[in-house]
Design a binder for this molecule. Sequence first.
Ligand SMILES: Nc1ncnc2c1ncn2[C@@H]1O[C@H](COP(=O)(O)OP(=O)(O)OP(=O)(O)O)[C@@H](O)[C@H]1O
Length: 257
Amino acid sequence: MNVLFSVKDITKTFNLSKKQQKILKTKETKKVAVKSLSFDAYEGEIYGLLGPNGAGKTTTLRIASSLIKPDTGDVLIQGFSVVKDPAEVRRRIGFLTSELKLEDFFTPNYLFDYFSRLHGIPETTIKTRKQMLFDQFGIHPFCEVKVSDLSTGMKQKVSLAISIAHDPDIIIFDEPTNGLDIITAKTVTDFLIDLKNQGKTIILSTHIFSLVEKLCDRVGIIIDGEMVYTNTVSEILKTSDLETLFFSLYASHGGNF
Ligand SMILES: Nc1ncnc2c1ncn2[C@@H]1O[C@H](COP(=O)(O)OP(=O)(O)OP(=O)(O)O)[C@@H](O)[C@H]1O
């Protein structure tokens, strides 16, 4: 199997501000968000990163997307290093987070064209790709409506379309269905299946067990910044369910209930 996405022993420590220390109720001045974390995703699979809040999923995916640098370690995307070659990495990935903020003042039409041009996509390709993606997500009736006037679900669909405007081989989704109503969440999960059927490699983070069981080929479980378990979902489901497995791992790693 061809490894397209390889996380190699990454560690990331954040300095905590006084405000963060207060929120986290700690006197520590540093937080190790990710500790010597490694995993591989194979071509054409959906790999799920499962973990509770604060486990380090977002930090891992932000490093893999070249948004922040690891203290040590590296992530190789189709062989390109996020540390040494972030521009090559950005060409090859699409990154979507539920926290992505689209500028309120602009329209889906404008934003799609703008980000596509940043990727250097030819104008004719932008037009056909936009037609296809806006069709798929029902964006056409809203394509000239300002982002500020769109529903949360429509904003997420527009973000999704923009994140894959350049037709990347590898797509990284951080909590893709977070905060979405059940109908939009289904549109997004159906689309993930569609992308997999097109041969795309997908890495997604979530804390929703059913999403992993339904969508993912393999799963890695992260607790307190460490990868504590990884396996195929079909192997796990032969003897247990994901929720039971997760809570037994959580308990054995000192998790608080
Ligand atoms: N910029 C930052 N400064 C300080 N601490 C941070 C920063 N970003 C993340 N952290 C801390 O690192 C840890 C891991 O955070 P991260 O967002 O990666 O977790 P997560 O698994 O994605 O959780 P969630 O589902 O809540 O987003 C948390 O304790 C978080 O408070």
